[in-house]
Every structure is written in structure tokens, then in C-alpha cells.
Design a protein around this ligand. Structure first.
Ligand SMILES: [Zn+2]
Length: 233
């Protein structure tokens, strides 16, 4: 057997193994499992993002509570001053009231922000309860499906492993450079080898130039210019 014939024999077993692998991947149960896994990962990400946002808000809350205390203290001082040392004329009374008003606005702004953080916290609590619940249900589904899938896949996996090792035993006999060409071509097109039929590539039915035919005749490795397959007689 020449080296291309050996490669051709390997290709038959290699492609048979690929076919079983594709069958395994196409299993509806497997696809459902993958979808459930993606859902769980997505929920975990949403939860993490929410948790980060809330923890930033909680830091902000501490800062606001401190600032609020300071503003209230300031307001009390001003009110005390109003009693002990009331403004003597209209202009200073006006300025004083403005200052108090400004302080009240600041306090009300802080209070509003605190209410917002509180609301956000409550929303997070209820959303995170839902997420935890949905994720727990999805995990149960996943485990149940996985158990069924494992039984289903076990048989196919045994078939696949047997076919793959049959292919591997032939692969070890193949010239490494030729194998590397084969693998490169296979990434682009499969099956990666095509026989010549009446001077045409049987993969894409393109007539090959006579120079190419002569090269193939002499045992050189030639790829079809149209489809890229390795050509053989
Ligand atoms: Zn071709």
C-alpha cells in the first residue's frame, strides 16, 4: 500500500468516528442539557452583577447616612442660633432663612437617595429570591437529564471510542507530514481526499490540468485547485 492509499484507508475510519461523534452531539437531550447549563450560568451572572451593584449602593448608603447626620446637626445649630441670637434686620433674616432652606433641600436630597437605595435593595431581595429558585429548579432538571443522558450516551461513547481507536491505529502508520496536510485540508473541507475519475476531482467534478495529473502520477501530493481536497488515483 502506498502512503496515499494508507491515508485513504485511515480517512474511512476517521470519518466514521466523526460521524458517531456528530450523532452524539446532535442528541436532543444533550442539546437540552447544554441549554439548561447556559441558563444556569446566565442566572449566576445576573445575580453576581446585581449583588455587585447592591454592594456599591450599600457603601454609598453609609456615606449618605453620615452626611445626613451632619446636615441635621447643622440645621439644629442654626435653629438654636435663631432662638438665642435672632437676626436683627430683614436682610440678615432673609439670608438666614435661605441658609436654612438650602440645608433642608440637602437633607431632603439625601433622604430621597436613601429611599431609592432602600427600594433597590428590596427589588434585589425579591429578584434574587426568584433567581435562586429558578436556578435551583434548573439544576434539578439538569441533574435528572444528565443521569438519563449518561445512560444514553454510554452506549454511543463505547461505539465512538472503539471506532476512534480503530482510526488511531491506522493513523500511527501515516507519515506525519502527510497527516498534517490531511488535518489542515480537513479543517476546510471533508472528506479531505478525493479520487480522480477521468481526470476530474470526484469531490467537486473539476477537470484537473495535465500538469497536476502528471504530478499525481509521479506520487506527489496535489490538492485540487477548486475544492482543496488531496487528490489521488
Ligand atoms: Zn475538487
Amino acid at each position: 500500500m502506498d502512503k496515499l492509499e494508507m491515508l485513504w484507508a485511515y480517512m474511512q475510519e476517521d470519518i466514521a468516528a466523526d460521524r458517531i461523534d456528530a450523532e452524539i452531539k446532535r442528541s436532543p437531550l444533550r442539546q437540552k442539557l447544554e441549554k439548561t447549563r447556559d441558563f444556569i450560568l446566565e442566572q449566576q451572572k445576573i445575580y453576581k452583577d446585581m449583588d455587585e451593584r447592591v454592594s456599591i449602593s450599600l457603601d454609598r448608603k453609609d456615606a449618605i447616612v453620615d452626611a445626613l447626620k451632619r446636615s441635621e446637626e447643622q440645621l439644629r445649630t442654626m435653629q438654636d442660633r435663631l432662638k438665642s441670637d435672632p437676626p436683627q434686620d430683614a436682610e440678615s433674616a432673609h439670608a438666614f432663612l435661605q441658609e436654612i432652606e438650602k440645608n433642608r433641600k440637602t437633607i431632603s436630597g439625601y433622604e430621597q437617595e436613601l429611599r431609592h437605595i432602600h427600594k433597590e435593595g428590596n427589588e434585589f431581595d425579591s429578584k434574587s429570591r426568584n433567581i435562586r429558585h429558578d436556578t435551583a429548579v434548573a439544576k434539578q432538571d439538569f441533574d435528572r437529564m444528565k443521569a438519563v443522558y449518561n445512560t444514553e450516551a454510554k452506549e454511543k461513547k463505547i461505539k465512538y471510542d472503539a471506532q476512534r481507536s480503530k482510526a488511531d491505529s491506522l493513523m500511527h502508520e501515516i507519515d506525519p507530514d502527510l497527516l498534517s496536510i490531511y488535518n489542515t485540508v480537513k479543517k476546510q473541507i471533508t472528506p479531505p481526499i478525493a479520487k480522480l475519475v477521468d481526470g476530474q476531482c470526484s469531490g467537486c467534478n473539476t477537470s484537473q490540468p495535465s500538469a497536476a495529473l502528471r504530478k499525481i502520477e509521479s506520487g506527489a501530493i496535489v490538492e485540487c485547485e477548486t475544492c482543496g481536497r488531496i487528490l489521488m488515483n
